[in-house]
Design a protein around this ligand. Sequence first.
Ligand code: NI
Length: 185
Amino acid sequence: MILPIYIYGQPVLRKVADDITPDYPNLKELIANMYETMDNAEGVGLAAPQIGLPIRVVVINLDVLSDDFPEFKGYRKAFINPHIIETSGELEDMEEGCLSLPGIHENVKRAGKIRVTYLDESLQPHDEIVEGYLARVMQHEFDHLEGKMFIDHISTLRKQMIRGKLSSMLKGKVRCAYRYKAVKI
Ligand code: NI
């Protein structure tokens, strides 16, 4: 089922999300719905707060980028209770967007290397070092679980430049091709 994507201004996007327990109700169905919602919106990732749930569940699909990054062919994964344990490496600057911030694209500096722990869809634990583009996507998505969005990482000047777009979103004026839930509708 395609779920509405919560837009900037929704309080759930600013909450620190909780870990879930293995008996979380209908987890498989939730993950399936998150994949479907992400695919429909043509996103590379989606975090549970973006569908209104303050819990630590994220889906990532890098298969859509496999023309440019062949190593991501078939890469579709769900992450349960992910935590970034450590960041290292050079800071890298790259443009990002977010399904909860339609129409906004800004450069964001992120660590080149991270260490993450999470459970996979079969609830098996992982402890991994991740680099490159995947490390960036994980940092963006896992930020959502800390109540953060990519615009929190941009300069005051850039933030002023997008102020108009942000205030439109707060008034419920949103232009995007997928189902969404803005603050005032
Ligand atoms: Ni996002």
